[in-house]
Design a protein around this ligand. Structure first.
Ligand SMILES: Cc1cc2nc3c(=O)[nH]c(=O)nc-3n(C[C@H](O)[C@H](O)[C@H](O)COP(=O)(O)O)c2cc1C
Length: 215
């Protein structure tokens, strides 16, 4: 698979098979992603992986199966405020894409989000609170490295804010120190080929609307 093929074929996966990922495979993904560029080679990504019972405890707490459970509670990083008109227009295309690609399966969107997509593993990407905003640029690049390296190995992924709305629970279960912000979660696993929610291929604006040359 070429990088361009991986870019074109990757999509967010919201339904997973109940099949564990071998640790060696996960380590291959992280080893590839470790080559991600960063500001002055600061490599600000701090990576925590929840699987098995640990993930189950996080899920129970996050989805209401445990005392104090349920979504809400906020995220370590502030939620976005206003979006531009163009951004709102692009987001608004998702509904029609879902109807086209997923049919009835689109009805599961909310419940799959709430059940953490039943993924066998969730990767939490954290950043030291001492770092400025530029580290978030590096974390974003690292995320894409993880997602493409996963795709190459037949694994699906989804970066999701829904995965990090219980930072206190995640911090406790994974022993994440207080000096780190939990930036984002990436669910990872083998895609369920029978769930049409995974067929969703969202639209992109024409490349010419994003790129301008000064010649
Ligand atoms: C920072 C970030 C947060 C996201 N949070 C969620 C989420 O909570 N739930 C969800 O279903 N998708 C979430 N997504 C996935 C986006 O909806 C998805 O990437 C976008 O619609 C483009 O679709 P694609 O990833 O299939 O190409 C998130 C993506 C990013 C980058």
């Amino acid at each position: 698979m070429t990088v361009t093929e991986a870019l074109n074929k990757r999509n967010s996966i919201r339904a997973y098979l109940p099949k564990p990922i071998p640790k060696e495979t996960l380590m291959e993904v992280f080893t590839a992603a470790q080559r991600t560029p960063s500001w002055a080679n600061t490599q600000p990504w701090e990576v925590f992986v929840a699987t098995g019972d640990t993930l189950k405890r996080i899920k129970d707490a996050a989805t209401g199966g445990a005392p104090g459970g349920g979504y809400g509670g906020g995220t370590d990083l502030p939620m976005p405020g206003e979006w531009s008109e163009d951004a709102r227009r692009r987001t608004a295309t998702i509904g029609a894409s879902m109807q086209r690609d997923c049919g009835d399966a689109m009805g599961q969107f909310g419940s799959l989000n709430a059940s953490m997509y039943n993924a066998p593993a969730v990767i939490y990407l954290c950043i030291d609170k001492a770092h400025g905003q530029w580290s978030l640029y590096d974390i974003g690049a690292y995320s894409q490295s993880v997602m493409l390296a996963a795709k190459e190995r037949g694994l699906g992924t989804i970066p999701a804010i829904m995965l990090v709305t219980k930072p206190d629970v995640i911090r406790k279960e994974l022993g994440i120190p207080d000096n780190l912000n939990i930036a984002i979660g990436i669910a990872i696993g083998y895609p369920d080929p029978d769930n049409k929610i995974n067929n969703l291929h969202t639209e992109r604006d024409d490349v010419n609307t994003a790129v301008r040359f000064g010649e």
